[in-house]
Design a protein around this ligand. Structure first.
Ligand code: BJW
Length: 249
């Protein structure tokens, strides 16, 4: 099996570079959180321009707060818990330690709840708020409103969800770039590959010419042809299987 032997080769090099796992909203779908671009996804119900740009927040902050308040309440609902895909990635990190870096585009905290620690939230975190006045970033589990005062500077109107909107720079790009440049295996899980810079990671890794690249997604993504190997199916089934294969290779 060509894929398995490529993984063995990547395993041999894992001490030299590690594994980068990019995750998107598809990994959290079976935990009860919506994806963005599927027919039942968030962007089928809400316009990006109304809720996910700095201009939208400047124009109508109450509308943007309403959108994220609803998603924060959904995330904190008792039935939303990590699924076997999140748990499998945490198991991989438990076995191989910091060689495994999860870079998630998701703003939910399901990777943390599953046990992942070596983790980058490149599009931010729903359970944090940031003050545009003083810059403080604080843990936040309640609704936000335009009138909510900043817990540090007390200014009102400045608190926003600590997330990355279109036109804003994703977080920790330097750390991500270094990991992509060094890794021996790049795995993309549950993302359509339509939002940059994350959509460009596979090409970046391939340009290095060393790492094996694998897509794990419900269906072929926009970038499928860029991956050396692809496994399609629901994340809760294919990710644990893939991790088992890595750990037993
Ligand atoms: C399953 C499954 C199951 C379902 N199991 N799988 C023109 C060209 C190129 C770039 C640009 C351009 N014009 C503008 C840009 C830049 C722009 C961009 O990419 N736009 C594109 C739309 C073209 N990007 C930005 O503005 C970014 N910033 C930036 O570029 O800064 C400049 C920069 C310069 C140089 C270096 C670095 C940076 C910022 C992007 C911010 C994205 N923000 C959002 C909202 C965040 C907060 C929130 O959650 O509300 O992030 S948008 C949304 O999309 C969210 C997601 O993280 C992101 C990706 O979506 P994802 O996760 O892939 O979801 P889907 O729905 O698209 O896909 C789900 C997949 O799962 C599907 O394939 C399903 O099949 C699959 N699936 N069920 C497994 N059970």
């Amino acid at each position: 099996m060509a894929g398995a032997s490529a993984i063995l080769a990547a395993m041999a090099g894992r001490f030299a570079g590690g594994i980068v796992v990019l995750t998107g909203s598809g990994i959290s779908k079976e935990s009860g959180l919506a994806t963005f671009r599927d027919p039942d996804g968030i962007w089928a119900r809400v316009r990006i321009e109304d809720v996910a740009t700095p201009e939208a927040f400047a124009r109508d902050p109450a509308r943007v707060h309403e959108f994220y308040n609803l998603r924060r309440r959904q995330l904190l609902a008792p039935e939303v818990v990590p699924n076997p895909a999140h748990l499998a990635l945490a198991r991989l990190e438990a076995a191989w330690g910091e060689e495994v870096l999860v870079v998630t585009q998701n703003i939910d905290d399901l990777h943390e709840r599953a046990g992942s620690r070596n983790l980058v939230h490149m599009h931010g975190e729903l359970l944090k708020a940031r003050c545009v006045g003083c810059g403080v970033v604080v843990a936040w589990r309640d609704d936000l409103a335009v009138e909510t005062p900043c817990p540090r500077c007390a200014r009102t109107g400045g608190l926003r969800p600590h997330v990355v909107w279109f036109g804003e720079m994703p977080f920790e790009m330097e750390r991500i770039g270094e990991a992509l440049g060094a890794c021996g295996l790049f795995v993309s899980i549950g993302t359509s590959g339509s939002v940059y810079p994350a959509a460009g990671f596979v090409a970046e890794v391939r340009a290095g010419g060393r790492a094996h690249t694998v897509e794990l997604n419900l269906e072929p993504s926009e970038g499928r042809s860029l991956f050396a190997e692809a496994i399609h199916g629901p994340a809760s089934r294919i990710v644990p299987g893939f991790v088992d294969r890595l750990l037993s290779a």
